[in-house]
Design a protein around this ligand. Structure first.
Ligand code: AMP
Ligand code: MG
Length: 409
């Protein structure tokens, strides 16, 4: 019989529901185009002028009235891009014109220069033209007021160029969260240090920064610092900027119930409501989720594998909500190799490698314990092993979350 869990321990699904309910999208903001890549456009963008704004030549050549009976035309002037011709060519006349220059009258066509023979100030036309040939007519791409980009599109490079083309230099886009992250623990030293006895390098700081960057949070200001095990110091840092007003506060380590695990205490003392303190999952049971006004805080377990799993299962969802991104879908994928003798009373989120062979398949990765960071290096999925599962045979379908890009073929 599965052991009964304390009422304070919530299920993964309950945490998801809570995040859906409590994490509100950030207010839209206007940002310069240089900061807008990857954001969601949140207001329709219309053409300010007809596109193109005037009839323009598509080629370098000669503009004239097509179908004029004479094949020989007198060149009356030159117009290049950015200039305006003083007059339009009449019958028997041609205007030297370059790509992008305004075609001075309706009904003209432009002959490519390759199709003209130049003799002094005249040309001989080698081929006949139809009206409008090689002329990009005003408004042929869009009319002033037409919606060029509807609200809701993600701003890729072409969309940004389109915004620039209509003078929308500060589009309305989704707000991005201000992120403040603290790692904790007296035993933690910077990655460049040589650990002394009992010391561990700070891998979670690097992991967190990179995970956040991967999640389209690259526009977000991220502040990171390290706190030791002194709760008073940590509390004072939590009360100071940038933690005081960050949209998303992340504290790695110290989320459990040991004497030095102060994350819950300092969050509560700072006015955070903590509806989640423990989650029924493996790895990553000690997980704190807190809310204060519109601010969201997570206390993540310090063990690197737990840290990784809790990030993907929970922090990622909160980030999606804040930034109005669609949360990643869980897929049902088949195991390529069996997973044997794994019974645990908790649902386990197991690292695996997704391969693309005959359809998408999962290979479970060997995984010893929640500190086993090397096991994760290749992982691009987490999949659910339900509680009390003795064995998952090859071919079993498992609930899978993609957590990384690389796919081995
Ligand atoms: P904690 O959650 O603070 O109890 O830490 C659990 C385990 O994770 C301990 O073995 C810590 O040394 C380790 N740990 C905590 N923080 C980090 C970190 N920033 N980088 C690497 N390991 C960590
Ligand atoms: Mg600790």
């Amino acid at each position: 019989m599965p052991e009964k869990f304390p009422a304070s321990e919530v299920s993964v699904a309950e945490v998801w529901k809570l995040l859906e309910e409590r994490v509100a999208p950030l207010d839209p903001e206007r940002v310069p185009l240089a900061d807008a890549r990857g954001r969601l456009l949140l207001a329709d963008v219309k053409a300010d002028l007809d596109q193109p704004p005037f009839d323009r030549s598509a080629v370098d050549g000669y503009a004239f009235i097509p179908n004029s009976s004479t094949a020989k035309l007198r060149v009356i002037g030159v117009v290049k891009a950015g200039e305006v011709a003083s007059r339009a060519p009449g019958p028997g006349e041609a205007l030297r014109i370059f790509t992008g220059a305004p075609v001075p009258a309706p009904g003209l066509a432009v002959l490519m220069q390759e199709d003209a023979v130049v003799e002094g100030d005249c040309i001989t036309v080698k081929r006949s033209l139809t009206p409008g040939e090689n002329v990009r007519v005003r408004g042929s791409d869009a009319r002033a007021g037409d919606v060029l980009l509807p609200s809701g599109v993600r701003l890729n490079p072409v969309a940004l160029a389109l915004l620039a083309s209509v003078g929308e230099v500060r589009p309305v886009v989704n707000g991005v969260p201000h992120l403040a992250h603290a790692t904790t623990g007296d035993e933690i030293v910077p990655p460049e240090a040589t650990p002394g006895p009992g010391q561990i390098r700070n891998s979670n700081q690097v992991l967190m920064a990179a995970l956040l960057q991967n999640l389209n949070a690259r526009n977000s200001p991220l502040h990171q610092e390290h706190w030791g095990d002194d709760a008073a110091h940590a509390a004072s840092r939590l009360a100071a900027e940038p933690f005081a007003s960050a949209d998303l506060i992340l504290i790695s380590g110290g989320a459990s119930v040991g004497e030095h695990d102060y994350a819950a205490r300092i969050l509560e003392n700072a006015g955070f409501e903590l509806p989640v303190r423990k989650v029924n999952l493996r790895p990553g049971r000690p997980l704190l989720v807190g809310f204060r006004g519109k601010q969201v805080a997570f206390g993540l377990p310090g063990n690197p594998v737990s840290h990784f799993v809790c990030f993907h299962l929970f922090v990622r969802l909160a980030l999606c909500r804040l930034q109005r991104n669609t949360p990643a879908k869980w897929l049902k994928l088949r195991l390529e190799k069996p997973l044997i003798n794994i019974a645990n009373r908790r649902p386990t989120y197991w690292p695996g490698v997704m391969t693309r062979g005959d359809g998408l398949r999962i290979q479970p990765l060997p995984w010893n314990n929640s500190g086993h960071l090397a096991a994760l290096a290749e992982a691009n999925v987490l999949f659910l092993v339900p509680p009390e599962t003795q064995e998952l045979p090859a071919g079993s379908k498992v609930d899978t979350l993609i957590v990384g890009a690389p796919l081995r073929s």
